[in-house]
Design a binder for this molecule. Sequence first.
Ligand code: AMP
Length: 282
Amino acid sequence: MEIIKTILDYNNFQKSLNKKTIGFVPTMGYIHDGHLKLVKESLSNNDVTIVSIFVNPTQFGKNEDYHNYPRNIDKDIALLKEVGSTALFIPTVSEMYPNNQTTLLNINVETSFTNKLCGKYRPGHFEGVATIIMKLFSIIKADNAYFGLKDYQQFILIKNLAQSFFTTTKIIGIPTMRGENGLALSSRNSYLTEKEQLLASEIYKNLLIISEFIKINKQINSMSLKKKYNSLLKIASKALQLQYLEIYDAELNSINEYQINKTFIGTAVYLNNVRLIDNLLF
Ligand code: AMP
């Protein structure tokens, strides 16, 4: 596996590929089986697979975990090598934002998108995501890029981003990989003890209960569903603090009625200061 640290080196690497198809998996590292699922999908559908690891400072809020975000580059390299990735792109912050230009030029995301789900609670987050993904797309020039549906709002954002900027990279969504107890795999799970991870699996279990309830009742009353979900979490543990539970269609537009396979529930829950997100499309 090639390890590439600069844009110049990537450009030279890409020239040597001689027009092979490129699959791209952008990550923030601390690689787990969820990331590897994306990498495997890319490997089986492209000649070469480029993974990037970049903890992007502009998508973290002031009081968020940018500095503490879990990092273990040696382990990441070993895992990505083992699965057969062709190259790993690990740029520095100054490579991606030359001359400290983290704020000079950013992509703006309209408020109708950022006033819901994570956007509402993480001001500036999706602008940071859109900006870094556009920069990475410009560098990597991939045929296909793979994103997890675990970050569903991010996935929709990137699909729109690619369309808005006439990107030729095709955006592919991959279903969420879960642990045995249903907890969505996430680098942030490393902040939790084993016991807490078991507790965190209630987030998914109770999303399933709410989805069954919606399927039966058909009508969607967001306020009462949020209350119901909150009380289910509270029965499991007082430590599970609901931030939001919101319901939309698959494109994240408002809905009042259940639509088969096009109904989306997204949630964010704090467990002892660790913020966890999950969702269902059903
Ligand atoms: P991150 O490193 O958390 O930014 O994630 C990098 C990519 O992996 C994103 O497209 C995520 O949506 C995706 N991803 C993270 N966790 C999972 C998971 N449990 N299952 C599938 N994809 C995931």
